[in-house]
Design a protein around this ligand. Structure first.
Ligand SMILES: Cc1cc2nc3c(=O)[nH]c(=O)nc-3n(C[C@H](O)[C@H](O)[C@H](O)COP(=O)(O)O)c2cc1C
Length: 391
């Protein structure tokens, strides 16, 4: 059934549509966070605690939303974050999202834990793409993938540093994800009706090959299996010393994702990072860390203009993007905002998510009395007084 895209007026509308279409374990995989989901909620709420300080009665021609990240021009200050298993949300999900990002003039980031081959994803987008690395399978496996990513034309490498072990996602346990991955019919049976209840998702999922493997993590016996992700992540903690051999193979720009403090930001700069992402993985890893927007000013001060500072976590409106830019981010990454769109309606859903955010940004800037992203600065926002006392 064709979906009338224009009836989605906010990211929250796309979220609700994704919830209707997806089986519960898949929706909760996107929507959920770690443990008590304190950080997941906090990321969103912290944006709400920032107030704008507009400058009214000034000329505001249509604002320019173009910027550059790592020297690459992008049409809007939004990059698609790496989102693993997107192929479970929509057939060939990573290729679909990449093609929309490219058509919108921005960067798509491909997760190591994707269901589509990295070469096919790069081909799907007319724009730039970044590859996000986990060291699943060890150094040799990662080195082979890095070589493939370079050959395919990925222009930067994201190294995610906050995943020493997969976060504790309570929703997964309640939904029987562990049992479903055993592939033992007896264990799986009680959890199967969740999938049968969503034929609009199930039929395309089966036609697309069913439960994906990870074609960009090629182990001695073939692509890594879905059930093995947790164990593989635990055996593959990335450390600062890995950055040295990774840089030797990769040679291009490296973006460190998962920076929570000024200290780690300084360390990333000292180790030669070309950009950082202030990120708590969308509240999916260590719970009860500060919301990213709250730690952004500390990190921007620590970096002191030496490299690009990006931010993700909790961006659901274009106004959130504007707030992040006022506090010193060069651009933001969005994860769930586009994943909901992908899961709700495929390519038009991703396009809709980006259109909503883009229109929000343009409108917000006009209402602020600001015509270019470069003008967005600290005096346009007011942050709660206690944010300043201690990071
Ligand atoms: C379903 C899902 C899967 C994710 N998979 C990855 C991943 O494979 N690698 C990674 O570095 N980050 C991953 N992330 C984190 C995102 O890159 C990003 O940090 C986060 O989504 C930002 O928060 P937001 O969803 O509130 O925008 C994932 C996030 C979601 C929602």
């Amino acid at each position: 059934m064709a979906v009338n895209i224009s009836r989605f007026v906010s990211v929250e509308d796309l979220r609700r549509a994704a919830k209707r279409r997806l089986p519960r374990p898949v929706f909760d995989y996107i929507d959920g966070g770690a443990e008590g989901e304190v950080t997941l909620r906090g990321n969103v709420r912290a944006f709400e605690e920032i107030a704008f300080r507009p400058r009214c009665a000034v000329e505001t021609p249509p604002p320019h939303l173009q910027t550059t990240v790592l020297g690459t021009p992008i049409a809007l200050p939004i990059i698609l974050a790496p989102v693993g298993s997107s192929r479970m949300f929509w057939p060939r999900g990573e290729e679909v999202a990449a093609s929309v990002a490219g058509a919108a003039g921005t960067i798509y980031s491909l997760s190591t834990l994707s269901g589509c081959r990295l070469e096919d994803v790069k081909k799907a987008t007319p724009g730039p793409a970044w590859y996000q690395l986990y060291l699943c399978g060890g150094r040799d496996v990662a080195a082979a993938t890095l070589q493939r990513a370079r050959d395919a034309g990925f222009s930067a490498l994201i190294l995610t540093i906050d995943t020493a072990v997969a976060g504790m996602r309570e929703r997964d346990l309640r939904n029987g994800v562990k049992e479903l991955l055993t592939r033992r019919p007896g264990a799986m049976l009680p959890y199967i009706p969740q999938f049968l209840a969503k034929p609009g998702w199930l039929v395309p999922f089966l036609r697309d090959g069913g439960l994906m493997k990870f074609p960009n993590v090629v182990l001695a016996d073939g692509p890594m299996l879905y059930a093995d992700v947790g164990a593989m992540l635990e055996q593959s903690t990335v450390t600062w010393s890995d950055l040295r051999w990774i840089r030797e193979i990769w040679k291009g720009p490296v973006v460190i994702k998962g920076v929570h403090t000024g200290d780690d930001a300084r360390r990333a700069v000292d180790e030669g990072a070309n950009a950082i992402v202030v990120s708590n993985h969308g509240g999916r890893q260590l719970d009860s860390v500060h919301p990213t927007i709250r730690v952004l000013p500390e990190i921007v001060a620590a970096v002191d203009g030496r490299i690009d500072v990006l931010l993700d976590g909790g961006v659901r409106r274009g106004g959130d993007v504007v707030k992040a830019l006022c506090l010193g981010a060069r651009a933001v990454l969005v994860g769930r905002a586009y994943a909901y769109g992908l899961a709700a309606a495929g390519a038009p859903g991703v396009r809709r998510a980006l259109d909503i955010l883009q229109a929000d940004i343009a409108r917000t800037m006009k209402l602020l009395g600001c015509t270019s992203l470069a003008e967005l600065d600290r005096p346009y926002v007011s942050v709660p007084a206690d944010w300043r006392a201690h990071p």
